[in-house]
Every structure is written in C-alpha cells, then in structure tokens.
Ligand binder design. Structure first.
Ligand SMILES: NC(=O)c1ccc[n+]([C@@H]2O[C@H](COP(=O)([O-])OP(=O)(O)OC[C@H]3O[C@@H](n4cnc5c(N)ncnc54)[C@H](OP(=O)(O)O)[C@@H]3O)[C@@H](O)[C@H]2O)c1
Ligand SMILES: *[C@@H]1O[C@H](CO)[C@@H](O)[C@H](O)[C@H]1NC(C)=O
Ligand SMILES: *[C@@H]1O[C@H](CO)[C@@H](O)[C@H](O)[C@H]1NC(C)=O
Length: 315
C-alpha cells in the first residue's frame, strides 16, 4: 500500500519535472555576447520581465537606463541591479507612459544626457483598465501609443548608433485582439473589457513592429516583437485579493519565473544573425508565426497612420 503510494508520488513528481522543463521553463538565450560600450534603454525595468532583462544586459557590460514611472521603485531596482551585476552604469530616469507630455520630456532629457542608444526595449505594460492623462484607453496608450511616440522621438539616435535594435514586448494574447479604429483608443470599464483592451494593444504591438521594420529598411535598425511566455510577474496585480492564494499557487506551479521570461527579450536584443527577420515575432528564443490577425499588413499600415494622427505627428 505504502509502496504503491510512493511509486505514484514519484511518478507524479517525474511527470511534473518533465512538464516543467518542456513546457514551463523555456530555453535560455544561447549567446554570451558582450554589450560593453552599448547603451540600452528599457521601459518599466523596476520589476517583472523588465528587471530580469535589465539584470542580464547589465551583466553583459551595457549602460542600462531604466525608464520607470515611480522613482522609489525605479531607484530600488537600480540598486539591486548594480549590486548583483557589479555594473555601476545602471540609471533610473522618470517616464510615465500614461502621460504623453512625460514621454516628450523624457525623450528630451534622454537625448540631452545620453550620447548613445543601441538597444531600445519597449517593455512596460499594463493589463488593467483606466484612462491616460490624455483621456485614452490606458492599455492602448501605455502599451502601444506612448511607445510609438517614444520610439519616434529616439529614432535619429538609434540611426546614429546603427546597427541598433528595437525590441517590443507583445504577447500570445494578440490572438483574441482586434483593431477597431472607432473604439481602440476609448477607455472601457470592467475586468473583461480591460482584458480585451490588453489583447488589442498586444496585437497593435506586433502590427506596429511589422510596419516599423518596413519603414526602417536600409537603415540597419532592426526590430522584433516578443512573446515572453506566461510569466509570474506583477502583471495581474489588480486581481481581487481573494483570488490571490489560488493565483499564487497556480503561478508557482505553472508559470515561468521572470528570469526565464526574459530570455526571448535578451535574445532579440543580442543575437547576431537575426537581422533578416526584422519585423517578425519571436517566442522561446525562436522565430514564430503569429496568428493571422497579426499578419495583416494593410491594418498595420492603417494603425501606423491612426497612431500618428492620435499623436498629432502629421500635418
Ligand atoms: N507576464 C506575462 O505573462 C506576460 C505575457 C505576455 C506579455 N507580457 C508583457 O511583458 C511586459 C512586461 O510585463 P510584466 O509581466 O513584467 O509585468 P509587470 O511585472 O507588471 O511589469 C510591468 C512594468 O511596466 C511598468 N509600467 C506600467 N505602467 C507604466 C507607466 N504608465 N509608465 C511607465 N511604466 C509603467 C510597471 O511599473 P510599476 O511597477 O511602477 O507599475 C512595471 O515596471 C508587458 O508589456 C506585458 O504585456 C507579459
Ligand atoms: C504629465 O507630465 C508632465 C510633464 O512631465 C507633467 O508636468 C504633468 O503634471 C503630468 N500630468 C499628469 C496628469 O500626471
Ligand atoms: C549597414 O551596415 C552595412 C554592413 O555593416 C554597411 O555596409 C551599410 O553601409 C550600412 N548602411 C547604413 C545605411 O548605415
């Protein structure tokens, strides 16, 4: 009886280990390329996938700027990354992506203080509802529109430092995303609609990356969209408190930790030889075909023009 029980438990443990290594963990970025002399700018680097990405790039010797909205959380992350990586060229700069004026003043400050930009990682994101300073849907603005503006304002510096890269954190959640130009920018209420808005913004991330690659052809700036896996971070921090114990247990067993979740971002930022895949989508450190809604070049072009109009970038 006890022996059968033990054998059963051992089998379960074995199955879990197999499942974990094959489906949860994901591969490590295979290269150890040094980034000495390079400058990396990463949005939302104070926690989650962004912090783990910044830690790795700092270990490779890059100068790393964390653009975060909260000074205390940002400075704490800077302290941790400096201490663990032994690299003192890690800096906090203030950026609130829910506010377009903040994006503009951040870009001004960055261009005045930083001579280089080799790798831009558009990582910050929100999954909850709300309204930006400009009255737009919060996820649409933070995840897509503000990063569109930020990249636009820094493009000349990236050109100047070419070969350079832009990495955009998207998600497999793009599958259920829709681009409805009548409503995508409008705030919504409720958990379900907010999740839909998140999926829409992640679809926008992939379409944006496709169109950006078209527009950057011949510049030696390349760009990549990333699905990091399903990762145990603070992304679902706003879920009701009574769900927490269940979610924590579930996350611990089934989700990637942030270090594993950062590998595809690190890969797209550093791997040599992927330049010919500029504009494409990556997961598990590999090229992946996104769902058909993310392969529509006509919508990608229209979204670009729509975003320019929202930002007042057209005459
Ligand atoms: N976790 C997943 O399973 C998963 C799956 C697919 C894609 N992703 C994508 O991965 C990226 C990173 O997410 P994560 O999972 O690491 O989530 P996270 O732990 O919640 O980190 C998100 C980061 O974005 C920052 N941020 C939020 N609003 C901001 C604003 N207005 N201005 C500046 N920064 C802001 C946050 O800063 P605060 O700490 O100050 O809020 C935080 O640093 C996101 O783009 C997400 O869509 C995640
Ligand atoms: C938006 O950012 C600007 C510039 O940093 C700042 O002056 C303003 O107070 C911010 N507005 C909000 C609503 O946070
Ligand atoms: C891009 O890089 C290649 C190879 O290094 C170089 O020959 C070419 O002149 C570069 N093009 C531009 C526009 O900088």
């Amino acid at each position: 009886m006890a022996a059968t029980l033990l054998a059963g438990l051992a089998l379960l443990a074995g199955l879990y280990v197999w499942f974990y290594y094959n489906f949860v963990r994901g591969p490590k970025c295979p290269n150890e390329r040094s980034l000495r002399g390079k400058t990396v700018l990463l949005t939302g680097g104070n926690t989650g996938i962004g912090k783990a990405t910044a830690m790795d790039l700092a270990r490779r010797g890059a100068r790393v700027i964390l653009a975060c909205r909260n000074k205390e959380r940002g400075e704490t992350a800077v302290y941790d990354i400096r201490r663990e990586s032994g690299n003192n060229e890690v800096l906090f700069m203030s950026l609130d992506l829910a506010n377009l004026s903040s994006v503009r003043s951040f870009a001004d400050a960055f261009l005045r203080s930083e001579p280089r930009l080799d790798i831009l990682i558009n990582n910050a994101g929100v999954e909850y509802g709300g309204t930006s300073a400009e009255g737009f849907n919060l996820a649409f603005q933070v995840n897509h529109l503000s990063h569109f503006l930020l990249t636009h304002l820094l493009l000349d510096r990236l050109k100047h430092c070419a070969p350079s890269r832009v990495v955009v954190l998207a998600s497999r959640a793009h599958r259920v995303g829709k681009i409805d130009f009548q409503n995508i920018h409008r705030p919504v209420d409720g958990q379900l609609k907010s999740f839909q808005a998140y999926c829409n913004s992640k679809l926008a991330n992939i379409l944006y990356t496709r169109e950006l690659a078209n527009r950057l052809e011949g510049t030696n700036i390349t760009c990549y969209a990333v699905h990091p896996g399903v990762v145990n971070t603070e992304l679902f921090r706003h879920f009701p408190i009574w769900l927490r114990p269940v979610m924590d247990a579930f996350s611990w067993v089934f989700l990637r930790d942030p270090v594993d979740g950062a590998q595809t971002s690190i890969y797209c930022a550093t791997q040599e030889g992927i330049e010919r895949f500029s504009g494409h989508y990556f997961a598990n450190c590999k090229l992946l075909e996104p769902y058909p809604n993310a392969r529509d070049d006509a919508v990608a072009k229209k979204l670009w023009e729509f975003s320019e109009r929202m930002l007042g970038l057209t005459e």
